[in-house]
Write a protein that binds this ligand. Sequence first.
Ligand SMILES: *[C@@H]1O[C@H](CO)[C@@H](O)[C@H](O)[C@H]1NC(C)=O
Length: 331
Amino acid sequence: MILTTTRRQALTALGLVTVFIICLQLLAHVAPSSSRRTWANLDEIEVDEDPTRIYRTSKVFSESFEHALDDIPPHQDPLPSSPNSNRINSSKNSKPWIFFVTPTYKRKDQLVDMTRLSQTLSHDKRIYWIVVEDREMPSMRIRWILERSGLPFAHITTLTPEGVHARGVEQRNSALQIIERRKLNGIVYFGDDDNAYDIRMFRELRKTTGVAVFGVGFAVGHYERCVVDEETGKVARFATNWVGGRMYAIDMAGFATHSSLIIEKQPRFRNDWGVGQLETRFIGQLVGNLTDLQPLMENCTRIYVWHVKTQGGRQDEVKNDKEWKRLSSLV
Ligand SMILES: *[C@@H]1O[C@H](CO)[C@@H](O)[C@H](O)[C@H]1NC(C)=O
């Protein structure tokens, strides 16, 4: 009896010691290395305001930074910014590339938006992500997200000039310059970081031959879309709450352009265009008429892209039940 108890206690003690040792080993192997990484990362985030310090302190990334402001190479060349460039190069896949242009700037929800976007885009392996930061030097936080996405990418920067309120104008122009200069062949799409994208959209985008248009949903429960003439199959008009004298009354997220048209026409956005005129005036440089537009997403009847943030509306409030019901049938 006494012997049995002692043995049981001894076994329990042995078991506890084993568990303790395993825990110690786990801590020794896992905790220090992961916390080291975390600390290093935190340090680099803190020096974010001084990019030259990141450059000096981050050995791993200093090489990438040397290339960060370079032009990106044509897509058939090695893509030094992508960890998976070999896979892309050796791919026999002939699906057209999508050049997904995302201007971004420092704000409280930048990382939320960029994380979500990167994980949407990484569902599709033929996306070249062109991210243009509104700052002087590329930031580490964005570089990490780009690296983790596994996508080939260009990480460049363009500062918005002093006194200019329109965001994204100069940044999109920089991306256009790259596409033209490198004669990139594929579909150009201006995909802001604060939208939500249905991955079904990518397959549709690849049908773009000139300028393609499609509907955009808004989180407050309304939508804008092109309307197709059933007889001709051409775009006849746009259904929107606000026309504002626009010929092409479509949102930035509601159109795509084949890069050959960009290379031919060299269109640009301009800071001095009025509020809400960016899209229509940009498209005006590419086509001459509504009927030149190619309707996508099942003749503009499906919503595959959403504006998550909208001004002038509480997001938990659906203002128009009829439109909400209709919108719900479009997804
Ligand atoms: C779009 O509309 C045209 C004309 O009504 C029709 O011929 C075509 O099949 C439609 N395409 C799709 C994808 O629904």
